[in-house]
Structure formats: structure tokens, C-alpha cells
Design a protein around this ligand. Structure first.
Ligand code: GGG
Length: 354
């Protein structure tokens, strides 16, 4: 029997509710597919910060490296500035493990209403591939005359040929593997960002020449935002910089029902480091601790984890249980217009795994 070791990082707010829900689903899927899962939970995040002044310990990456994969909940607390929480935990893990691919699928499930009229189940089916280690999130910059009246802040986006090429190539390969519309849209703002994003566009055209079977389009991010609403069915795979991928994947999530349904995978495709799986949503302090959080994004992220760990049977059984639970109406939490609690939605999935 294959044994897999999973690091759990529930983190903050509703992360404390959705990660245990996904763990229950993983345990059930493992027992029905003959898989042995070992979990180690870490209490890192904002409460850890209040006690220790850091979001995670110095040796965090060494401790995570012992595991096959990481399941993370959410990062963010109303009493700590967001740049402290994000730069203290999630971004250092992504960069430290070179998890350069962020995969963010968006699918309109049966039983879920899109805010856009006229879309049938399955008619919106796209994946946003977000560059995950450089771009606008490179954290390069600084303050001059900090907190003085003449204060200056410099924030630099970092685009490397290596970084652009590998993420664009991953997106082309995915468009081929998915074999749906065989279309790839590349998103930049190269009319205004005349260096880094001009480099991205140029590399996109160069790599595209190697994939004549994939139809391409290059869009400025403002046009892309408009077209995600105007013609979402025409998108298959979308590749974007770190910031634009972050923003557009909230939009792809909401046109397919809710960000509460949006999973993501932070991947090291070379498999030298553990990849990290998480819901796209944050810690949602307004509903934290009330049992109202939608656990399905994290459960679907757990399915992506199983797929990445070469456990297609476990992945497919989780995905199909979520699909059926949504179609039945029993897993519709408040964000989806229903009344299911976190535990009721989880139970609806679990009952279909048995
Ligand atoms: N699920 C982790 C989380 O808290 N995400 C919210 C967030 O702001 N993430 C920023 C990012 O993905 O770069």
C-alpha cells in the first residue's frame, strides 16, 4: 500500500474549518481507494505570529520538505497588515520551493447558478495559469524617508526570460493535455508595462510557434476582464502574470458561482519540492468560526493534490462526489445561495464517497 505524507497548514480564519473538512474527505477517499495517508498539522499563521512575532518558524521549509504535499487553508487576520501575513507565510513557501505554476480551474457545475444569464452546466470550463514566483509579487523594492512627509516607495515587477518561458510552456502543454478547445489566451498590459510585459509577449509568440495546434490570443488585462464576463465560454487555458492571474482567477471563480468553489494548486512540476494546494479564497474573518464557510474549494484542492500525487482514482472519486453533492442541492452553502453549513456540505460529499 502506498503511503503519502501530507502537511496541513490550516492558517487563519475559515482555514481552521475548511482544512479539517478536506482532511475528512481525504481520509474517506483514501480508505475507499486503498491508499495510506499520514497527516502532520502545523499551527503556523496569525496566532503563531501573536506569540512568536513571525508567521512560521525559521526552519519551516525544512519541516515541510519532509512531506509529499501541503494543504493550506487561508492566511490573513484583521489585526495584522495583509502584507505581513502574506509575505510571512504563503509567498515564502511558493518562492522557497519554486512552486512556479499556480493552476486555478473554474467550472460551472450542475446545481450552481452563474451570475451571468444563460450559461448551462459545463459551458464555462477554463483554467487560469498564474505565474507564481516572480512578476508583481517578487517583493523587490523599498521605502525612502520611511514615514516622513517626503516618503518614496519603489515596487519593482520582475520578469525573467526563464520565468516567462517556463510558465508559458506549461500553459501550452496544459492546453494540449486538456484537449478541449485547444486555445490559450495570454494576458498582459504590455502597452503600459513596456519592459517586463513586452518581454512576456515576445516569449509568448516565440513559444507559440512550437505549438501550431493550439489557437492563441493575446489580450490586455482590461479587455480580458471584460471578456471573462462577456464571453467566458470561449476561454480554455489562460496564462497570466502573478498579479493579473490572481485577479482574473477571482473573476473566473465568480462567473462559475463563487470563490468558495475555486481550488488551486501551487506546483513544482519537476517534483523536487512538495507542491501546495489551497482554496483561492482568503480567511474571511466575517464568517470565521460560525460554521458557514464553503469547504468545497479546499476539498477540490485536495482532489488536485491526489491527481498530482499520482492517485487518479482518489482524485476522481472526490471530484465526482463534489459534483453530485452540488447537483443534489445538499452542498449549497450561503455563498452559493443555499443554507448548508460547513459540516453539512462536507457530509454531503462524504456520503457520496462511501
Ligand atoms: N488560500 C490562501 C489565502 O489566504 N489566499 C488569499 C490571498 O490573498 N492570497 C494571495 C495569493 O494567492 O497570492
Amino acid at each position: 500500500m502506498r503511503k503519502l505524507s501530507i502537511a496541513l497548514l490550516p492558517g487563519d480564519g475559515i482555514g481552521q474549518e475548511v482544512v479539517p473538512a478536506a482532511r475528512r474527505v481525504l481520509e474517506a477517499a483514501a480508505s475507499t481507494t486503498g491508499l495510506s495517508l499520514h497527516f502532520e498539522a502545523f499551527d503556523w499563521g496569525s496566532d503563531y505570529y501573536f506569540q512568536h512575532g513571525v508567521m512560521m518558524p525559521m526552519d519551516a521549509l525544512d519541516r515541510l520538505r519532509r512531506h509529499d504535499a501541503i494543504l493550506l487553508g487561508a492566511v490573513g487576520h484583521p489585526d495584522i497588515p495583509d502584507h505581513v501575513t502574506l509575505n510571512g507565510m504563503l509567498l515564502p513557501i511558493r518562492r522557497g520551493f519554486d512552486l512556479y505554476v499556480n493552476v486555478r480551474p473554474a467550472f460551472l457545475y450542475q446545481g450552481v447558478a452563474s451570475p451571468l444569464a444563460g450559461y448551462q452546466p459545463g459551458s464555462i470550463d477554463m483554467v487560469v495559469i498564474r505565474e507564481n514566483t516572480e512578476g508583481e509579487y517578487a517583493n523587490v523594492g523599498g521605502f525612502l524617508y520611511h514615514h516622513q512627509p517626503e516618503e518614496v516607495a519603489v515596487q519593482t515587477s520582475l520578469f525573467t526570460r526563464h520565468g516567462c518561458e517556463r510558465i508559458i510552456r506549461y500553459a501550452f502543454d496544459l492546453a494540449r493535455r486538456r484537449n478541449r478547445q485547444r486555445r490559450l489566451a495570454s494576458i498582459t498590459k504590455s502597452n503600459a508595462q513596456g519592459y517586463g510585459m513586452v518581454l512576456w509577449d515576445r516569449i509568448f509568440r516565440q513559444v507559440a510557434a512550437e505549438y501550431p495546434d493550439i489557437e492563441t490570443e493575446s489580450l490586455l488585462v482590461d479587455a480580458a476582464a471584460m471578456n471573462f464576463v462577456r464571453r467566458p465560454s470561449t476561454f480554455d487555458v489562460v496564462v497570466a502574470s502573478n498579479l493579473f492571474g490572481d485577479i482574473l482567477s477571482d473573476l473566473s471563480a465568480v462567473v462559475t458561482g463563487s470563490i468558495g468553489l475555486a481550488p488551486s494548486a501551487n506546483l513544482d512540476p519537476r517534483r523536487q519540492s512538495p507542491s501546495l494546494f489551497e482554496p483561492v479564497h482568503g480567511s474571511a474573518p466575517d464568517i470565521a468560526g460560525k460554521g458557514l464557510a464553503n469547504p468545497l474549494a479546499t476539498i477540490l484542492a485536495a482532489a488536485m493534490m491526489m491527481e498530482h500525487l499520482d492517485q487518479p482514482a482518489a482524485a476522481a472519486s472526490i471530484e465526482s462526489a463534489v459534483r453530485d453533492a452540488l447537483a443534489s442541492g445538499q452542498a449549497l452553502t450561503a455563498d452559493l445561495g443555499g443554507q448548508a453549513t460547513t459540516s453539512a456540505a462536507t457530509d454531503a460529499v462524504l456520503s457520496r464517497l462511501a
